[in-house]
Ligand binder design. Structure first.
Ligand SMILES: *Cc1c(COP(=O)(O)O)cnc(C)c1O
Length: 342
């Protein structure tokens, strides 16, 4: 695993913040050039977010040393690319159609992208992934449940890839809380080349405070801590995250509502003649193939309902992605669809 990390990163001397150099409680802090007048946000945040991590550790049943928190998953993914991939030299494998940020982050970092398109049913083409991987492949980016298709990668398939490949495998589980399939977290102990990322943005309803999580071996977490900006999660986000993670009853109720609304929406959408296919989804969205998706998209937009047009993506011709809303929002969608496509 150490061999996969860029040499400059291994050698890197991390920035040592005031809070790194003095960790215990003190009476007077005159070490960080902060403003001394208390307004609730005058002090720098905890650089390692220990209170928030403690909460996440309890919920996920993962030890503190195996948890990293980022300013959204986007920061987590960017860090992982920068830690393992040498710009202009190494490559990563992605499996379209999938989350667009993988390509953008690789492009920003000048990392070559190898694309292995999913099979027609959106399952992984593992044979091709193994074929395509070479000695410069440092990272395979997988997404389960996959955005935009909604299906999951079975752990059995992930395990085969983890044992065969000589690169890191990042499993992006942004939507895993909506799924009844087993999370890849259960494989962490056995596979040092596995990194699982999750987020508070979706099922936990905290997209606005930007908190993403990575779960990996303690060695990898240490390297991520070394590379990250010192105060990457602000005070307000840490406080809000803890508060909302404690509201488990509300979380579970909302999750249940979203899942039952998904079933309702599937049922209603099935009745439309111009809905060709509703793909099975383990997430909080549906990928729906229409007879004329651009017509549906435009008509809904003029009526104030915005869907995500995925029709330009490979394997997604005529497809729109529909996020499950509240009961009221979903009703509006169906009502408007009835007016558009009788
Ligand atoms: C929404 C989403 C995320 C979440 O990103 P954040 O930066 O944590 O908000 C990550 N991965 C995928 C595939 C997503 O769809």
């Amino acid at each position: 695993m150490k061999d996969l990390i860029r040499k400059n990163i291994l050698k890197l001397q991390a920035y040592s913040s005031a809070r790194d150099e003095y960790k215990a409680q003190a009476e007077v802090y005159l070490d960080a050039n902060e403003n001394p007048f208390d307004n609730g946000i005058n002090r720098y945040p905890d650089p390692y977010q220990m209170d928030l991590k403690q909460k996440i550790s309890e919920i996920k049943n993962i030890p503190l040393d195996n948890i990293f928190l980022g300013n959204g998953s986007d920061e987590v993914l960017d860090l992982i690319i920068r830690i393992f991939c040498e710009p202009g030299v190494d490559n990563i494998i992605i499996c379209p159609p999938t989350y667009g940020m993988y390509k953008v982050l690789a492009d920003v970092n000048n990392i070559e992208i190898k694309e292995t398109v999913l099979k027609d049913d959106f399952s992984l083409n593992s044979e091709e992934i193994i074929d395509v991987a070479n000695e410069k492949t440092k990272l395979l980016m997988l997404c389960s449940p996959n955005n935009p298709s909604g299906n999951s990668i079975p752990n059995s398939e992930l395990k085969s890839l983890l044992s065969v490949l000589n690169c890191m495998v990042l499993m992006d589980e942004a939507y895993v809380d909506f799924s009844d399939k087993e999370s890849a977290l259960s494989l962490l102990n056995r596979y040092p080349n596995l990194i699982v990322s999750q987020t508070l943005s979706k099922a936990w309803g905290m997209a606005g405070i930007r908190v993403g999580m990575a779960f990996a071996s303690a060695e990898i977490i240490q390297v991520m801590n070394k590379v990250k900006p010192p105060y990457n999660i602000n005070v307000l986000s840490q406080e809000m995250a803890i508060e909302n993670l404690e509201a488990i009853t509300l979380y579970e109720r909302n999750l249940k509502t979203i899942l039952s609304q998904k079933e309702w929406l599937i049922n209603e959408l099935r009745k439309f003649a111009n809905v060709e296919k509703i793909y099975p989804s383990d997430a909080n969205f549906l990928l729906v193939k229409f007879v004329d998706s651009s017509f549906v998209f435009r008509e809904l937009q003029t009526r104030g309902i915005i869907l995500r047009d995925r029709s330009q993506q490979v394997l997604c011709e005529q497809c729109l992605r529909i996020t499950i809303g509240t009961e009221e929002e979903n009703n509006k969608l169906i009502t408007q669809l009835k007016e558009i496509i009788l």
